[in-house]
Design a protein around this ligand. Structure first.
Ligand SMILES: NC(=O)c1ccc[n+]([C@@H]2O[C@H](COP(=O)([O-])OP(=O)(O)OC[C@H]3O[C@@H](n4cnc5c(N)ncnc54)[C@H](O)[C@@H]3O)[C@@H](O)[C@H]2O)c1
Length: 243
């Protein structure tokens, strides 16, 4: 049995993950932690193999450090980790030979959307991302949008051409990450959605993923808890576990 801690267990994602882990064969939930619990002490007391972090952007780096330094395997779903923080965590995991995953998105459909976008970028240098989330999401753009932009950037055969354009209202063209514009929508009624729009000569291509409720992320979380047991590095993106 793989012993799992859920950190952020009272949150929207964390409470779903508690149920999912409790019902998953091969996984055993040993603790469900909230903001004021001691993560390091709980890992030591329970001998947890894996910690799933579904907390907040300002806490995730310290949590990931605590998990790695206590010898458990991190399965990080929380958004907001900066590229240099990811590199720092990966170096520690490498040094200590600990497996783990940082997944901006645990939905299989969303991971495929990112892979297909990378493939399409070979043929279309003109692309923009629209990400749409519920109005309680605290950070923008989403981790998924940033990861998608990075994958598109790696897929380009030809760089996007610089455009002559002026914003008459600041922010009208969205954020620019690695030459890909990202537009963030926040509205009640939404859960987690993203459309990648490519434009070519006389045509457009849209690749879209819609998570209509949080159960969409649970198979990916349970799958990751099992897969990290055989890893000796911290990977960034669920696609590295699927391949
Ligand atoms: N990777 C994915 O597939 C995926 C999908 C959806 C959401 N997310 C991300 O997961 C995170 C959680 O989302 P949510 O909608 O559940 O948020 P939420 O606000 O509902 O829950 C976060 C919980 O974490 C708790 N918390 C805050 N600091 C903590 C700490 N230091 N230790 C333990 N608990 C702490 C809060 O009290 C809260 O209960 C967000 O960063 C969100 O962007 C990831």
């Amino acid at each position: 049995m793989i012993k799992v801690i859920i950190n952020g267990a009272k949150g929207r994602m964390g409470s779903e993950a508690v149920n999912a882990v409790e019902q998953e064969a091969g996984l055993s939930l040993v603790a469900a932690l909230t903001k004021n619990d001691d993560l390091t002490a709980t890992i030591q007391d329970t001998g947890a193999d894996v910690v799933v972090d579904l907390t907040i952007p300002t806490a995730v780096f310290d949590n990931a450090m605590a998990i790695l330094n206590t010898g458990a395997r991190p399965v990080i779903g929380t958004s907001g980790l900066q590229p240099q923080q990811i590199e720092e965590l990966q170096a520690i995991a490498q040094q200590n030979q600990i497996g783990g995953v940082i997944a901006p998105n645990f939905s299989i459909g969303a991971v495929l959307m990112m892979k297909f976008a990378k493939e399409a970028a070979r043929f279309y240098p003109d692309v923009e991302i629209i990400e749409l989330h519920h109005d309680k999401k605290v950070d923008a753009p989403s981790g998924t949008a940033l990861k998608t932009a990075q994958m598109i950037d790696a897929g380009f055969n030809e760089r996007p051409k610089a455009k002559q354009e002026t914003e008459t209202l600041a922010g009208a063209r969205g954020a620019n990450h690695q030459d890909v514009h990202i537009h963030s929508i926040r509205l009640p009624g939404l859960v987690a959605h993203q459309e990648v729009l490519f434009g070519g000569l006389g045509e457009t291509l849209s690749i879209r993923s819609d998570c209509i409720n949080r159960s969409a992320f649970m198979p990916g979380i349970c799958f990751s808890c099992k897969k990290v047991m055989a890893l000796k590095e911290l990977v960034y993106g669920l696609e590295h576990l699927l391949d």
